[in-house]
Design a protein around this ligand. Structure first.
Ligand code: ATR
Length: 282
């Protein structure tokens, strides 16, 4: 019988996960289908129960359900518990188990585009929202110690650090301080929505003090090149956009469901195609 997978969110029509995941199911000859489900906040519990009884094998969870879904799952992986968000659910012995592959997806993408071992580098995260938290907690859980956070709303960066269960040497700084001391960092991780449509010309900070040998990762991939990425490139600094993180978080979910490591290049290509074919930043 065909195995059913999917993604729940609100909105969901824009999601590129269905084409990406269905392509891999087909390529590996698996009798499986991945379906987008538009689920309203007030229907979340009913939706999860429904998916359980109709036999859904696994699904992704996107905005706004990543935190709200947690009480409706049978088990939560410790990292997802710490982050306080689930993006991947796997059926195991008729239980739904929740994981978070966003941070690990980020790490895989960084390893692919920058270097295998960056755990001793000094990183700056811009932003203190959900994406920043997943990346920050995952990096700290893997032993990376030097990660500072700057955010428009200072107390949120401070809170993220204080509440983190993993050991580190982080401090919260203002955006202005980050700009002034940017040469202290060789990895910059941009997690805010600044640079997305319609404000594509906005950058969260000046790169005046950016080290030439630094690496800049912006988790936005639409547009393919944010103003921050353009500014960094102009200084000759190596960069990546968020496409790799998106593809790898999906690949890690696929692996959890099927036990098969999917083809990253093929997944990337189909997402690029969906985005209009601009491959410039990869
Ligand atoms: P996500 O889940 O994508 O991380 P989020 O949790 O809403 O989204 O977090 C958005 C992040 O982008 C926050 O760090 C937010 O800063 P504040 O905590 O000060 O709100 C940041 N952000 C969004 N729009 C911004 C803007 N115009 N200027 C500066 N920071 C902005």
């Amino acid at each position: 019988m065909i195995k059913l997978y999917g993604v729940i969110g609100n909105p969901i029509a824009q999601s590129m996960s269905p084409v990406m995941q269905n392509q891999e199911f087909q390529q590996f000859g698996l009798d499986a289908h991945y379906q987008p489900f538009h689920i309203l906040e007030k229907e979340l519990e009913t939706a999860v129960k429904g998916m359980k009884v109709i036999g859904v094998e696994g699904f992704n969870v996107t905005s706004p359900h990543k935190t709200a879904i947690m009480p409706f799952l049978d088990k939560i992986d410790p990292l997802a518990e710490a982050i306080g968000a689930v993006n991947t659910v796997v059926r195991k012995n008729d239980e739904f188990h929740g994981y978070n592959t966003d941070g690990d997806g980020f790490i895989r993408a960084l390893q692919a585009d920058w270097k295998e071992d960056f755990m001793n580098e000094r990183a700056l995260i811009i932003g203190a929202g959900g994406a920043a938290k997943a990346i920050f907690y995952t990096l700290l859980s893997k032993g990376m110690a030097h990660i500072d956070i700057c955010n428009r709303t200072a107390f949120k960066a401070k809170k993220l650090i204080e509440e983190c269960p993993y050991e580190g040497k982080s401090k919260a700084i203002s955006i202005a301080e980050a700009e002034d001391t940017l040469e202290h960092y060789n990895l910059i991780i941009q997690t805010t929505s600044i640079g997305m449509y319609p404000d594509i010309y906005k950058s969260p900070m000046s790169v005046k003090n950016l080290l030439p040998e630094a690496f800049v990762s912006d988790i936005i991939y639409n547009p393919f090149e944010t103003a921050l990425i353009k500014d960094a490139k102009q200084k000759g600094v190596k960069t990546q956009n968020g496409l790799g993180m998106f593809v790898y978080q999906g690949a890690l979910a696929f692996e959890k469901w099927t036990g098969i490591a999917p083809d990253i290049t093929r997944m990337t290509n189909i997402v690029v195609e969906q985005l209009g074919g601009n491959h410039a930043n990869r």
